[in-house]
Design a protein around this ligand. Structure first.
Ligand code: 2P0
Length: 330
């Protein structure tokens, strides 16, 4: 395939986002329409950079490398399926060569799929010569991975659940709030159950799922009020409660879905102690054992130091809000 001419090339970079109010469960599995709207922070320094080249051929399979490692199987299948959406829209059937580089550990609940599919959407549209709006890009990224629709934008972002392909996309939330997230890396191991499977299983077997969906609507409303009134205490309380409610719904699934490790609980306890000492620190957790600590930009360094003191040997990094998708076409 080295010798096949390239008919279009595009590059893009996107940052991962971490949900403050979570997305957990789909109303439409094919189109990835979520059951609930969600709110997230796009972070600096957790990024994916992707190049897509469409090749001058009418047959042949897509090729994928992640951090220079050739990929097949499910990873490639998922990318090819996503590229089919782009090919259909651009009315081409060229196979693609995709190469992707991450600064995010893969599949460890650090939102690698959010940056990956946002960058892929941007690079693939540029390579296919598609003229798309930011809203189109958000809707397209959503088709690859739900949370990716939020990584099109920087900073604080809301994903409007909507009810169909046209109405489900993310939008930036204007704010003067000075926020930071501290990633507490308890384990970089790949998760034992994908979030896609886990959310499906929670929806279909957890007696608490409905309650979580209802609560999550209130949580989002109150979180947005807290954002608009610049009230980090209220925001933090809601953010931590929302994550724990999502995990409670998972634990009530039959059998339970649990991403917790003993050290996850130790880290939660450390966050609570730091908060009792009067600092801004609230924990959130996704589909993996790591926790992320919401704090103010002003206190971030101090909170990170306090965490390092209480959690020796754990990798702890401060992340500031980062920019949205950046695309280079050719
Ligand atoms: C979120 N997570 O809002 C939630 C919280 C994990 C826990 O979005 O099936 O990789 O590709 O749409 O986006 C992780 O799920 O799932 C996720 P798919 P995705 O960030």
């Amino acid at each position: 395939e080295e010798g096949i001419p390239v008919i279009g090339r595009g590059q893009a970079r996107a940052n991962a986002n971490i949900a403050l109010i979570k997305y957990w469960g789909k109303a439409d599995e094919d189109l990835i329409i979520p059951m609930t709207s969600s709110l997230s922070l796009t972070l600096d320094g957790l990024s994916t950079r992707t190049e897509v080249e469409f090749l001058d051929a009418t047959a042949g399979s897509d090729l994928l490398t992640i951090d220079d490692q050739p990929q097949g199987g499910r990873a490639l299948g998922r990318i090819s399926q996503f590229l089919d959406v782009i090919r259909k829209r651009a009315d081409i059937d060229a196979p693609a060569r995709v190469s992707s580089y991450n600064t995010v550990p893969y599949g460890a609940g650090l939102a690698s799929s959010s940056s990956a599919f946002a960058a892929l959407a941007g690079a693939a549209c540029a390579a296919a010569g598609l003229n798309v709006s930011r809203q189109d890009l958000s809707r397209l990224a959503r088709r690859g991975s739900g949370s990716a629709c939020r990584s099109i934008y920087g900073g604080l972002v809301q994903w409007q659940a909507g009810h169909d392909d046209a109405s489900s996309y993310a939008e930036p939330v204007e704010t003067d709030m000075d926020l930071a997230l501290i990633v507490v890396l308890i384990s970089g191991q790949e998760k034992h159950i994908s979030s896609r499977q886990a959310m499906r299983h929670t929806m279909s077997t957890s007696p608490f799922y409905r309650a979580w969906v209802e609560q999550s609507k209130d949580d989002l409303e109150q979180a947005l009020v807290a954002v608009h009134t610049n009230d980090i205490n209220t925001l933090g309380e809601i953010v931590e409660a929302n994550a724990l409610s999502m995990h409670a719904a998972m634990m009530a699934a039959r059998p339970a879905v649990s991403y917790w490790l003993p050290d996850t609980l130790v880290a939660f306890e450390a966050v609570h102690q730091i908060r009792s000492d009067g600092l801004d620190a609230w924990a959130t957790m996704d589909a993996g054992p790591n926790i992320k600590v919401l704090t103010s930009g002003q206190q971030a360094i101090q909170v990170a130091e306090e965490l390092r003191e209480r959690l020796p040997g754990v990798n702890i990094q401060v992340h500031r809000p980062g920019p949205g998708l950046q695309v280079n076409g050719a």
